[in-house]
Design a protein around this ligand. Structure first.
Ligand code: DGJ
Length: 726
């Protein structure tokens, strides 16, 4: 059993194959005892009451119980815990206090869904058990429920909370985190990510210091800047050893992920909605439910932690017919011709796709309204007949006759002030009355808190999908929120806009998923500005970055791989020199880097040399041959491009019979000729044959010594394919 409750000791134990998460009821509070390698038995002794008051008030009638020094499961604001809370409520009388105590619990087979929100799911009752604990604040008649869903075989626990107002008057939720965990020490490293447009998810690692370390977004999107995940490790942890604790939020809007080292050298992690842009009015009888947070612990370093998260997200967060299979090899028109296309040009490109073995062509931005640049027409989702006479269907029919499928770009959440939609509905965008509306890329954001706006988005996208013969949608989002008000909501609900916006977006995406189960949806936000677990629930892949340069992508994809599956990262071979950086990179290297994600091309195939056309043909064929490995295999990071002069990785099939490993030299060190890459995840006793040279190696040789890597040609790469001999 994954969830065990001992009524004698009031201890709750959540066990997975390799980990345990344990807490206990004391004085009605849920006191955290342990999270780490699997540990059983009575753990009450782990609670250490030191009587450290240091100006922190004691609980009434509980001599030593100093709340400010107690490790709590879901800390609430208003009593004597001065650390960052998970829950903050303003009551009808203005008091800012919530003090719920345990009132009961139940264990549910499987995992309940979270209404209106994306969430990890179980496919059957036996792969997950859910512990629901009810806490009640009798004074203000508020019920808090904490949910712990335990995926025992995956070493995963997910958490979320709900708040129900039993009062006869409304209360305000000022903060409601998805999860909070207290640690009894601070000697951890924090692995964080930072970035910007075209430079997402760089990784930094630093020892936790006193004070709070916060990664957050108030941008109305999970954002390019910080991604909603947080990792803590023991100081010497590396890829294969040491403790690693991870938190990933399943949400796409503003968030906060904080880890604070407190006065008594304890640490608290809190992750959830960003309270800076959140305040929820909860009417009598209503329930508010937070987004979900996914937690995992690995006692074997980061590699295991990443594989725990990525296989869960791939198999139990992503949905739809493309979940478990390799995605079609595609060509995207953006860097091929930007806005400069017409039907003939697209059909020529489509013909080249057919010739080169590319399975799907995507028409990116510029096919609708009067859009020839980025200054107009968002919202006018009807075909520009001047550019594309005969509509999208004419193109999809032409492509179909050549065996190529069609994809199309939308940016449905936006509205251009220069559009027919804006002329008709100037009030449909997020804004405050009598305030200017800041434009980002000449556009405003539609008010998805409104049902009529959500319906318009659904109808416009669905109409094109129904008429066009379309198999794929790239769903873009090219600015963050400002002046994020909704005049359709009352004054005391304006801070609900960020969250309500995402409820609206998720409802539209849910309808589209339901009604177009065969369409492959790709999320994009100027590349990776919304690369989060929330979007992955609706769209199993994301355009990872607008920087398509292979060398830059090494870092971006490395950082993203800490918690997200490689199959979720769209990665394309782009032109050289690269359009963003000017780097000149050999075709093989561009391929080696793009191969690790959902693969395609971002170049004009009609302009390629015969030699490069042949390379496109052979690389498309390679991806088709090994695509299942990239879609379902385990991914191992072998060299860190942030700190080393190269990058290396390998994919290994679950049965260890196949391995594809890649290496890219990013910076030549003269006379530094000793590089060898030790692989991971192979069968040590098996013999593997490297297919291009025919050389044979034992698995232990490949893992303990490795393969010699080229060290002299900057930006050059090597790809090894190793097949186990039976
Ligand atoms: C931003 C995306 O990330 C690009 O790939 C492209 O689709 C442009 N938008 C189109 O405007």
């Amino acid at each position: 059993m994954a969830v065990i409750y001992d009524p004698q000791t009031k201890q709750y134990s959540l066990h997975t194959a390799n980990t345990s998460y344990i807490f206990q009821e004391r004085e009605g509070f849920l006191v955290h005892l342990y999270w780490g390698r699997r540990t059983e038995g009575d753990c009450a002794y782990m609670f250490r009451e030191q009587g450290r008051a240091a100006f922190s008030p004691r609980m009434e009638r509980c001599e030593g119980f100093i709340l400010d020094d107690i490790p709590l499961e879901y800390p609430c604001w208003g009593r004597a815990d001065m650390r960052t809370p998970a829950l903050e409520i303003t009551n009808p009388d203005g008091s800012v206090i919530i003090d719920p105590r345990v009132a009961g619990h139940r264990v549910i087979k499987g995992k309940p869904g979270i209404k209106g929100l994306p969430a990890v799911y179980a496919e059957n009752g036996s792969e997950c058990e859910t512990l629901e604990i009810t806490l009640r604040d009798e004074v203000s008649d508020i019920t808090v429920k904490l949910y712990y869903c335990v995926f025992a075989e995956r070493d995963i626990i997910t958490r979320y909370a709900s708040v129900t107002n039993g009062n006869s008057e409304p209360v305000f939720i000022d903060r409601a985190a998805s999860a909070s965990v207290d640690f009894d020490r601070i000697n951890y490293d924090v692995i964080s990510n930072f970035g910007t447009h075209c430079r997402e998810r760089n990784i930094e690692r630093a020892p936790l210091k006193h004070g709070a370390f916060v990664m957050s977004s108030r941008r109305g999107a999970s954002s390019h800047v910080h991604n909603p995940f947080l990792i803590l490790t023991s100081p010497r942890a590396d890829e294969t050893s040491g403790d690693a604790f991870g938190f990933v939020l399943v949400y796409s809007g503003s968030f906060t992920a904080e880890i604070a080292a407190n006065q008594f050298d304890t640490a608290r992690a809190v992750i959830g909605l960003n309270p800076d842009s959140f305040r929820w009015k909860l009417l009598p009888g209503e329930t508010f439910t937070t987004p979900e947070c996914v937690l995992s612990y690995s006692g074997e370093g980061l590699d295991r932690l990443s594989n725990n998260f990525s296989s869960l997200f791939r198999e139990r967060l992503c949905r739809g017919r493309y979940r478990d299979i390799r995605r079609p090899v595609l060509l995207n028109s953006w860097e091929a011709c930007y806005f400069g296309f017409d039907a003939d040009r697209l059909m020529q490109i489509g013909d080249s796709c057919a010739d080169l073995g590319i399975e799907l062509m995507v028409i990116d931005d510029g096919w609708f309204g009067k859009r020839d640049n980025d200054r107009c027409s968002l919202g006018d989702w009807f075909v520009n007949e001047k550019k594309l006479p005969g509509g999208i269907k004419r193109i999809s029919d032409h492509l179909a006759s050549r065996g190529v499928k069609l994809g199309i770009w939308f940016e449905p959440e936006m509205i251009s002030p220069d559009s027919e939609l804006y002329a008709k509905h100037p009030d449909w965008c997020l804004h405050y009355v009598n305030r200017p509306r800041s434009e980002g890329r000449y556009q405003l954001i539609l008010d998805l808190t409104r049902q009529d706006v959500c319906d318009y988005i659904y109808d416009s996208v669905a109409k094109i999908l129904r008429e066009g013969g379309i198999d794929y949608v790239k769903w873009d989002f090219n600015r963050n929120m400002s002046e994020a008000g909704s005049p359709s909501l009352p004054a005391d609900r304006q801070r609900e806009v960020d969250f309500r916006y995402y409820l609206g977006l998720y409802s539209v995406l849910e309808r589209l998923n339901r009604d177009f189960p065969d369409v492959l949806f790709e999320s994009c936000s100027g590349g990776g500005g919304r690369f989060d677990a929330g979007m992955l629930y609706y769209m199993p892949q994301v355009w990872t970055s607008d920087d398509s340069d292979a060398i830059e992508r090494l870092k971006i994809q490395y950082g993203t791989s800490l918690v997200y599956p490689m199959s979720a990262m769209s990665a394309h071979v782009s032109a050289s020199p690269n359009h963003q950086t000017g780097h000149v990179t050999p075709f093989d290297t561009r391929f080696t880097v793009a191969l690790t994600g959902s693969f395609g091309y971002e170049l004009d195939p009609t302009q390629l040399s015969e030699e490069d056309r042949e390379k496109v043909r052979s690389t498309a064929a390679f991806y088709k041959r090994y695509g299942d490995l990239f879609a379902r295999g385990d991914y191992h990071r072998l060299r860190d491009p942030h700190t080393e002069n190269c990058s290396a990785w390998c994919f290994v099939s679950k049965d260890r019979s196949l391995c594809v490993a890649g290496y890219v030299l990013t910076h030549v060190r003269l006379y530094g000729n000793n590089e060898r890459i030790a692989l991971r995840g192979l069968d040590p006793e098996a013999t593997y044959r490297e297919t291009s040279t025919g050389a044979r190696y034992r698995g232990d040789q490949l893992m303990n010594f490795g393969l010699h890597a080229p060290t002299t040609l900057e930006y050059h790469s090597i790809l090894w394919v190793l097949e186990r001999e039976e």
